[in-house]
Design a protein around this ligand. Structure first.
Ligand code: 48H
Length: 259
């Protein structure tokens, strides 16, 4: 076959543009493609909800690639093992209830599983603001990471979503934007972000699931951002809570959108 360079370009531009146009009005928008966001995206897509994830980095996976201090192994507790099994991620039981995975296999399997379930992922696009109508977040404001990095003065584009997940990790960026833009309106004790507490794996892994909930009408937290918003401790390189929290956020949102 003879190759035409321009057909190659046309294929990419045509297909990507259709993907973005198809993502302008969706059920759920996920901000951040770490373990929590990818797991949430998998379960939401499996439930048939039109779900799109925006990740500002070139690669997805967030803080998972490097395992603990660049040792590329992740630890998972018993409760999260069924999710690993569902994604076909291989585990090795190190000690009773402590499972090890290869962090590279874990990230790539979560990503592949989520995309095959129907999740659309846009990398290299960051969320810089939210759209609020009648005290409810109704969409996200997007811009190229490259634009932000180069500090170019270029206006963003907007998408509409029935629900948003803040799975941006330690920084809880969507929650932070809401507080910065409209004040102490989060569904926490003070209305502000309560801030992540010092390392305590046992408590952090429990509270991350308990703290997976709506933080402002239309916005839900999953993963590390849940403990950042509600004042739970960090937990170090154990990742079961991230998967369990991602799954929980999908269940909560699916129930809300159905009802
Ligand atoms: C688009 C954005 C934006 C934005 C950020 O940090 P993550 O891996 O988050 P989780 O919650 O899925 O997992 C947390 C885990 O990796 C971790 O850090 C743990 C367990 N720490 C424990 C400890 O004690 O330290 O992923 C968040 C993703 C990243 O890929 C960011 O690039 C992305 O969100 N992101 N994407 N727009 N505004 N902000």
């Amino acid at each position: 076959m003879q190759l035409d360079d321009v057909i190659i370009s046309r294929a990419i531009i045509d297909s990507w543009t259709k993907d973005l146009l198809d993502s302008l009005e969706i059920d759920v928008a996920i901000v951040g493609g770490g373990p929590a966001g990818l797991t949430a995206g998998y379960y939401l897509s499996k439930k048939g909800l039109k779900t799109v994830l925006f990740e500002r980095n070139l690669s997805i996976g967030g803080g998972m690639w490097g395992g603990g201090m660049m040792y590329n192994k992740c630890v998972f507790q018993q409760e999260s093992k069924p999710i690993l099994d569902e994604f076909g991620i291989r585990t090795e039981e190190y000690q009773d209830g402590y499972f090890l995975t290869n962090s590279l296999e874990t990230v790539t399997s979560l990503c592949s599983g989520a995309i095959k379930a129907g999740l659309k992922i846009f990398n290299l696009i960051g969320v810089e603001d939210v759209m609020i109508r009648q005290e409810q977040v109704t969409g996200l404001v997007l811009n190229w990471t490259a634009v932000t990095m180069a500090k170019l003065h270029i206006d963003p584009l907007t998408i509409r979503a029935k629900a948003v997940i803040d799975s941006t990790g330690h920084a809880a960026e969507v929650a932070a934007i809401i507080v910065r833009k409209i004040g102490k309106k989060l569904l926490t004790e003070t209305g502000e972000m309560l801030g992540e507490k010092p390392m305590w794996a046992e408590v952090g892994e429990r509270t991350i699931v308990e703290n997976t909930k709506e933080i402002y009408p239309g916005v839900f937290v999953a993963g590390m951002s849940a403990n950042a918003v509600f004042g739970g401790p960090r937990m170090g390189p154990i990742f079961g809570g991230m998967l369990l929290s991602g799954k929980r956020s999908a269940e909560i949102i699916a129930a809300k959108l159905a009802g």
